[in-house]
Ligand binder design. Sequence first.
Ligand code: P6P
Length: 335
Amino acid sequence: MNNIVTLDEFIIKRQKDFQYSSGELTGLLRDIGVAAKIVNREVNRAGLVNILGEFGSENASGEKVQKLDVYANEKMIECLQNSGECCGIVSEENENIIVFPKMEGKDSKYMVVLDPLDGSSNIDVNVSVGTIFGIYRRKTKYDTPLTVEDFLQKGSDLVAAGYVSFGTSTILVYTTGKGVNGFTLDPSIGEFCLSHRDIMIPDKGNYYSVNQGYYLKFDVEMRRYIDHCSDLNLRLRYIGSMVSDIHRILFQGGIYLYPKTRKYINGKLRLLYECNPMSFIVEQAGGKAIDGNLERILDKEVTSIHERSSIIIGSPLMVDEMVEFVSRYTNDFMS
Ligand code: P6P
């Protein structure tokens, strides 16, 4: 009995979860799966093909663009445009929104926000990278031009979100608001196969994930909390890819922090296409995600497509303890 459930089969089976579902979201998710397989092929042979190294340009956030960034961005955009179910994209790699022309006169209602290759600085040293995506439904009339304002939706308005972790294996994890499921790519059949059903994050764990190198640049209450993690003998794991660090935490428990620093006064990570999709996934798995002001990430107003946010995300008991710790510290020592 072949008990393999492919991503396509799973998405189609779950389509009935949605009232009035017309198959458009199903088609869009399946095309994202195709794009992930295409990107995976190049990630796996990046060392062999002359696509290593820097592309020589900078992205919307002023970061050096790696060639694989460009490739992943181009392939994701191509697949989403060809799906015919997506009317436009915001990508980390593009300053402005990308609006797709109608296909066969059809008004598409879904928009995608995208970090095509998260942690790209890891590429040249063979360390894990990832892709992050979020799917929104247009709120404006479908036959009107798509504008930046269409994308300025809170994370709580996400219809779906997911990530692909290109690591020792390639795993696609996604949610449509009805739980979180993971699919591992089986290269022998070229399919993502259901490998982690109904993922639930442990209430707490032994890992904390933060760039310790910025310790002296964090606010004092954040430094004291990081000291507290060390006092608890938690293990520090931080590899420079939010997807990889949060993937570990999703399965083994823990907390990931990117607080604001003097360089990134609002935090480094992008709210629209990094923090919101990852927060939707972690909350759906029973975890929590807040910013440095202790505000729920998914409730934050999105005021510009590349705006940044601080983020503390992970196991619910650990995020709660962090809130209690910082609040107490702020009251006792900062007032
Ligand atoms: P730093 C990658 O650029 C990223 O957006 C996240 O994936 C990662 O966790 C973080 O930034 C790394 O930033 O400043 O610690 O190198």
